[in-house]
Write a new protein. Sequence first.
Length: 311
Amino acid sequence: MKIITGLTEFHMDGPSSVAIGKFDGIHVGHEALLTQVLEAKNEGLSAVIFTFTPSPYEFFTGEKSPELMTVSEKRSAFESAGVDVLWEFPMNRYTACMEPLAFIRHILVECLHAKLIVAGDDLSFGDKGRGDASLLKRYAKEFGYEVSIIEKVCLLGKAVSSTYVRNEIRAGHMENAAILLGKPYSFAGTVCHGRQLGRSIGMPTVNLIPEAGKLFPPFGVYYSRVCVGQKEYPGITNIGRKPTVNDTPAVFVETYLYDFSGDLYDREIEVFLLSYKRAEQRFESVEALKDQLARDRKDGEIYFSNQRKSL
């Protein structure tokens, strides 16, 4: 996948299908856009994702919302899906003032040679957000492209949006978040060295330090699933600052893996959060922490046993 970032000029060699969106996290609504541009590859069109950086919300308000997916996570997800080009178009005081028609003519037609443009029904672009789906359709015949506008997907009684997903994650409703995202919420990264306290008390763990800007659910313990290469392991994950044994502000994603033995240091893993178990707490002693972790591990065995029975 070719990644174009920080540039306002880029020219495709051939025709493309283009999905336009904020893509501040890939939820089921975004998946509908992604599916269409990928299917158009069968017609000889390159699959292009066009998004803005920073997001229009951050640019206009100066407020940065915690991310459902970091930049590296999104890039990895798009590449794995089969996207050919990801254009992270710079949002600044010059590009924000681009006339909507100029955006269509220059960016979509001249630069990307778009033959199919896919977007959500809340699309806005160009100066003061005056560009929208109806404008795209108005010029489709003149510029020789087709337009596919995707209506909002409704789940759990509401239209799916990144804000909706964030609120569910902040509330610890991981099962709901998984429905909205199409998969459980996750943290990806490289296993780093910890203090090895878990190993000393009979519960060895793998540690991730999440990238800056990543949205955290409530600090606490979660049932989880961990992907290591092509293999998956059930796990129990603590997210937080480990107040009993740690006095730094760093946030850790620390996971005990069932049915695993070995060394994962410096390996890439992804931790999917399935269900919230309990809040993080400070214990009076390491021995009290050890006792609670033993109960957590036992509860996890019951949880995953029930999960297997329900399949």
